[in-house]
Design a protein around this ligand. Structure first.
Ligand code: B12
Ligand code: SF4
Length: 453
């Protein structure tokens, strides 16, 4: 066997904008690969090509190519895989889309991994180096998350937003009908030992951290332990959480003292009937969104509100009202995501049974563009839904609205850092939303890799 095994990691881009590879100026470190690299011993050389802005060197020798696949990057991931396989290089695919649809992924690779890679990944790499790669690897469920070593070094000399990504927990205690996490983890939620997370962050120079957990407060007592240990590090952090933390004063206090600057909150809809259809129980349990928001304002938190547009009780009017509601609450950012049924979710199966899907596999379909409705809504045409969602994004991010929203002196304008962050990212996200809209997925033989903007 050779002395050094070489693994090439690939983060695929989504597709083409006006015939050129999409160039995302708001890109973040792809944490997945720092975690996968951290599981391997020092005799494995890890190389990362981030297809979102870098060239892929298909001809350099590699023992194994490992590609992360999400639904919007699936088509591009399969193209990259084909390029490597043409050259006789072995490819393994993993990630959310592979876990949701293993049969499809299997057609495009030498091997696939479903679920979480901990405990399994080093063996996969040894199998590949020994010429003994199997077709299918299944992660251990529920995942065991102690002993994770995040190798952020693989991002050195690459350009990402100045924020360190990390993760405290995986999975979610809810199972909303539209959500990939709910589908894969089936209400299972697992935390890393708080002391391990904090020890890793303590030696990191970056002061700004993003916890990518789907719901960092899902286990409040363990989360409190994490926040207590974070306080002395004096970091500033953002994360994703359900609003239920506003019912727990101790949790709120610890979040604030540990440096929580902002949170992504999945409001999804302001219509309780839609919430019930989604089975978004964590939001249904809240007495009122406004009381909870008020508590987050008192904590000084800048909120990134996420909405899902196109559920059965939505019509054009209700979408307009939702956008106005978000502007009035002066959210720092908001995402108006069009409902896009992911395969294996309850929503996908329901829509398929009701014959409402416009394409069998929209993520691979030539006719699909990013931002398009892919199903028949109940109170609009698909085109009306596409346009209403694009309108929502434009309206929330229009320059005048951006100026109006900053004027919350408890949150967005509470200090210089908040104002600077607000104005650094709002115009950036606005530019990206226009660039992304209408993008086609995959490169479709037009390019083999990125050559810069
Ligand atoms: C952080 C995040 C983002 C960040 C970007 C982060 C970045 N680096 O660029 C932001 C907020 C910008 C973002 C944007 C989007 N995101 Co996002 N995001 C996430 C989130 C919350 C965490 C991802 C992460 O870092 N996880 C931590 C790592 C360690 O875990 P992991 O990736 O699951 O990897 C483990 C295993 O899956 C496995 N594995 C993963 N890949 C591979 C590959 C191989 C070869 C192997 C062996 C193993 C393996 O090994 C790892 C260790 O066990 C996930 C949800 C989630 N819980 O993962 C959604 C998620 C990935 N995002 C999603 C989506 C849809 C999007 C958007 C398209 C949203 C939109 N409508 O605009 C955009 C665009 C994404 C893009 N590709 O450009 C979906 C994908 C759904 C799907 N079916 O594929 C997810 C799953 C959210 C959800 N619940 O629906 N996202
Ligand atoms: S609470 Fe969030 S992460 Fe959990 S299942 Fe619902 S949408 Fe998915």
């Amino acid at each position: 066997m050779k002395d050094k095994i070489r693994v090439v990691f690939i983060k695929p881009n989504m597709g083409l904008v006006y015939g050129k590879p999409y160039y995302d100026r708001g890109r973040m470190e792809p944490l997945t690969f720092a975690v996968l690299a951290g599981m391997l011993s020092d005799d494995v050389e890890c190389i990362l090509y981030d297809d979102r802005f870098e060239k892929i060197y298909y001809d350099k020798p590699a023992d194994l190519v490992a590609i992360n696949v999400e639904i919007y990057t699936a088509r591009r991931a399969y193209e990259i895989s084909a390029e490597f396989r043409k050259r006789g290089v072995k490819v393994i695919l993993g990630g959310y889309h592979v876990s949701m649809l293993p049969e499809e992924a299997m057609e495009h690779a030498d091997a696939i991994m479903t679920g979480d890679a901990e405990q399994i990944w080093p063996q996969v790499v040894s199998d590949a180096a020994a010429g003994n790669l199997k077709k299918m690897y299944n992660g251990v469920f529920p995942p065991v998350l102690s002993g994770i070593k995040t190798r952020w070094e693989i991002f050195e000399n690459k350009s990402y937003l100045p924020i360190r990504l990390t993760q405290f927990s995986r999975g979610c205690s809810n199972h909303c009908k539209f959500c990939a996490t709910g589908t894969i983890y089936k209400r299972t939620h697992v935390c890393r030992p708080p002391e391990e997370v904090v020890a890793e962050l303590a030696v990191q120079k970056n002061k700004f951290v993003f916890f990518v957990d789907d719901n960092i407060i899902a286990e409040p007592e363990t989360a409190k332990e994490l926040f207590r240990r974070l306080i002395p590090l004096k970091k500033r952090w953002i994360g994703q959480a359900s609003l239920n933390f506003t019912n727990d004063p101790e949790l709120m206090d610890l979040m604030q003292r540990s440096g929580c600057a902002g949170l992504v909150i999945g409001f999804e809809t302001v219509n309780p009937e839609n919430l019930a259809l989604m089975e978004k129980n964590c939001n249904l349990q809240l007495e009122s969104y406004d009381d909870a928001i008020e508590k987050t304002r008192k904590m000084g938190l800048m909120l990134w509100a996420a909405f899902l547009i196109g559920y059965n009780h939505d019509d054009i009017n209700s979408i307009r009202k939702t956008v106005q509601w978000a502007i009035d609450r002066k959210f720092c950012f908001a995402a108006f995501n069009i409902l896009s049924p992911y395969p294996s979710t309850v929503v996908y199966d329901e829509m398929k049974a009701q014959n409402r899907l416009l394409y069998d596999k929209w993520w691979l379909d030539d006719r699909y563009h990013f931002g398009d409705a892919v199903f028949k809504p109940t109170r609009m045409t698909p085109d009306e839904l596409t346009e209403a969602c694009f309108w929502a994004r434009r309206r929330f991010n229009n320059p005048l609205t951006i100026l109006k929203r900053v004027l919350d002196f408890q949150t967005n304008a509470k200090d210089l850092w908040s104002i600077a962050t607000y104005f650094a990212y709002n115009p950036l996200f606005r530019r990206e939303l226009f660039k992304k809209h209408g993008m086609i997925l995959g490169y479709r033989n037009k390019h083999t890799s990125h050559q810069g903007e």
